[in-house]
Design a protein around this ligand. Structure first.
Ligand code: 4FL
Length: 254
């Protein structure tokens, strides 16, 4: 995958490229990364990249010429690239979008600053607009990093375990199960016995139960959307019966 980032702060990406999974992906030549400084394509003594909005109002707008020239330069480096603008107005980014983007060979990520970019850029130079959530940042740089990291993790051969990405939260519509490591007793709380048993089938059962209940408690919206399997329905029914028993007990007392 070839990622090209257009930004007025290319230095923000230096640390990002240099660590962890991104660093490893670059070293293993699974991804190629570069930045284009939008200011390099701005003209005039001050190389301004923003200007006051037509029609008045507060805030600044990113000028179209430097962005267009920067995107054209990126397209020369990556002729088949799709160009993505990071903006609060974009489609909400999720794991599914990450999977779709991972199937492209080349991506140009355009980081807006200020109040936004000139409308003619979004109309004529951008294939997709992506938001990472309903909040406002001062620029698209952090959003671009989020997208690059989520996509890079999905490239085959990058994660330690080949199937880790498949077992991740969201990939099957459920949250991950609880995880435990040593020590067995931490400040009075024990690791669930079954995880020490070595019975792989029981462990898998327990993990599915943990996933389903965690999702029910923390993200019920995910369960509503998901098509539940037979095992998952059984788990919910089991807990439903437990709750009913408790309620009946209390009912008798009151
Ligand atoms: C981009 C916010 C993507 C959320 C300001 C400039 C943003 C953003 N997702 N805020 N770009």
């Amino acid at each position: 995958m070839n990622f090209i980032v257009l930004t007025i702060f290319p230095e923000m990406f230096d640390a990002f490229w240099a660590h962890g999974i991104i660093r490893r992906a670059i070293d293993q030549e699974k991804i190629v990364t570069s930045t284009i400084n939008i200011r390099d394509y701005a003209s005039g003594r001050h190389q301004m990249t923003d200007d006051r909005p037509y029609g008045g109002g507060s805030g600044m707008v990113m000028k179209p010429e430097p962005l267009a020239a920067g995107i054209r330069a990126a397209k020369r480096r990556a002729p088949f690239a799709k160009s993505i603008l990071l903006t609060p107005q974009g489609r909400k980014f999720n794991q599914h979008t990450a999977q779709q983007l991972a199937s492209w060979e080349e991506l140009i990520l355009v980081c807006g600053r200020y109040e936004g970019v000139d409308g003619r850029i979004s109309h004529e130079f951008i294939d997709y607009e992506i938001s990472i959530g309903d909040y406002v940042l001062t620029g698209g740089e952090l959003a671009a990093m989020v997208v690059i990291e989520a996509v890079t993790r999905l490239i085959p051969g990058i994660l330690g375990g080949e199937d880790s990405a498949k077992k991740d939260s969201f990939s099957d519509g459920l949250l991950e199960h609880d995880h435990y490591t040593r020590p067995r007793n931490f400040e009075g709380e024990e690791v669930p016995e079954v995880l020490l048993s070595g019975h792989h089938q029981e462990i898998e059962q327990w993990r599915l139960g943990s996933s389903v209940m965690r999702t029910l408690l923390k993200r019920p919206d995910l369960l509503q959307k998901k098509k539940l399997g037979e095992q998952e329905i059984e788990i919910l029914k089991k807990w439903y019966r437990e709750i009913e028993k408790l309620l009946n007990l209390h009912h008798r007392e009151h």
